[in-house]
Design a protein around this ligand. Structure first.
Ligand code: MUC
Ligand code: MG
Length: 380
């Protein structure tokens, strides 16, 4: 008889949380964030949690929160029920019979690792081979849409020692207006503050050539996904043309993309995201390819809440190389949360949890309040 713990039930819940201010990206303006919170219950009584989150429904990527929940409920849960709990790789391999759906798979893998960590008394990063850093540099995105307000926000965050690198979201306005916006923020913050810019695929190549030249002259330190994720050749031409590093974001999902982009010399830096990669281990596999190709790694976010951000924090703590730091600030953009204790940010860094599992627990009352269906006070 198999006495090993196995997966007993899986729940996926849509949670809508308000943001602290409007967050303007090239493709959408967010005033709330929808998290898909997943809980996996095991036959030994342990439960693990995970999260899958995207930006603006289907505005950012091809997987919506509602679709992620449907995929978990309808297709992935039946593949996992009864599966042995402690072999995470084997459980995830079962899911390879379902195509795509990296976000749902990432949330499930997070929950399996959270539970296994609790079972063994180890933090998730120890299950990934061990942390090489205890805290992670975290930048902040200035995206109110208003340069004066952005400058005020950034100066307060530097003063509070929370962030000292800032990413600007551009691409939705005329090029001249976007450049003027960046220059105004540069003037307001001075030359010592590192600025990066994310265009979120909004430019064609000709606009990118003019835009990046102007951004380079304004002292911007990193250019993120200036052109369509599908136009790798344009990305490669831009990376060859300019000194300022070009970062692939939407264009890089997993280790295969990491390999192809490296083979095309298409980017100097990769923004890795656990949901786009399909989980924590797949992110480490993409990171290994980046290392082999001499490409810098940046810990990306899709503005996940505390559960997803902590899952990513464990991975980036375990990456041998993390040349460009992270942007794991998602929880700070949310007005409220569904965990009992929010992540800790101090001295410009996010502290990586050292307690067993992910190191975050759900707050049942908050979850009941913010879940979209509001059908009970706790998980069913
Ligand atoms: C993206 O494309 O980088 C990360 C930070 C932020 O403000 O938006 C996200 C998505
Ligand atoms: Mg980006």
């Amino acid at each position: 008889m198999n006495t090993n713990p196995c997966i007993a039930s899986i729940d996926a819940v849509l949670v809508d949380l308000p943001t602290i201010r409007a967050h303007k990206l090239a493709m959408t303006t967010m005033s709330r964030q929808t998290l898909v919170i997943v809980r996996v219950l095991f036959s030994d009584g342990i439960s693990g949690i995970g999260e899958a989150t995207t930006i603006g429904g289907l505005a950012y990527g091809e997987q919506s929160p509602e679709g992620i929940k449907l995929t978990i409920d309808t297709y992935l849960t039946p593949l996992l029920l009864g599966t042995e709990a402690s072999n995470v790789q084997a459980a995830m391999r079962r899911l390879s019979s379902a195509q795509g759906n990296s976000f749902a798979k990432s949330a499930l893998e997070t929950a399996l690792l959270d539970a296994q960590g609790q079972r063994l008394g180890l933090p998730v990063h120890a299950l990934l081979g061990g942390a090489v850093r205890e805290s992670l540099p975290v930048l902040w995105t200035l995206a109110s849409g208003d340069a004066a307000r952005d400058v005020e926000e950034a100066l307060a965050l530097v003063e509070a020692r929370r962030h000292r690198v800032f990413k600007l979201k551009i691409g939705s306005r005329a090029l001249a207006d976007d450049i003027a916006h960046v220059q105004a923020i540069r003037r307001g913050l001075g030359d010592d503050v590192m600025l990066t810019v994310d265009i979120n695929q909004a430019w064609d190549e000709a606009t990118a050539v003019r835009g990046i030249a102007a951004l380079e002259a304004a002292g911007v330190g990193l250019i993120e996904q200036p052109v369509s994720r599908r136009n790798r050749r344009a990305l490669a031409r831009l990376a060859a043309r300019f000194d300022v590093p070009i970062m692939a974001d939407e264009a890089i999902h997993d280790a295969v993309d990491a390999f192809d982009l490296a083979a095309d010399c298409a980017a100097d830096v990769y923004a890795l995201k656990i949901s786009q990669a399909g989980g924590l281990w797949p992110t480490l596999r993409a990171a290994a390819v980046a290392d082999a190709a001499g490409i810098g790694i940046y810990g990306g976010t899709l503005l996940e809440g505390s559960v997803g951000s902590m899952a990513a924090a464990h991975v980036f703590a375990a990456c041998p190389q993390l040349a460009w730091g992270t942007e794991l600030f998602g929880p700070l953009l949310l007005k409220d949360d569904v965990v009992t204790q929010r992540p800790s940010y101090s001295d410009f860094e996010l502290q990586v949890p050292q307690t067993p599992g992910l190191g975050v627990q759900l707050d049942a009352d908050k979850l009941a309040f913010y879940r979209r269906d509001r059908r009970s006070t706790s998980f069913p």
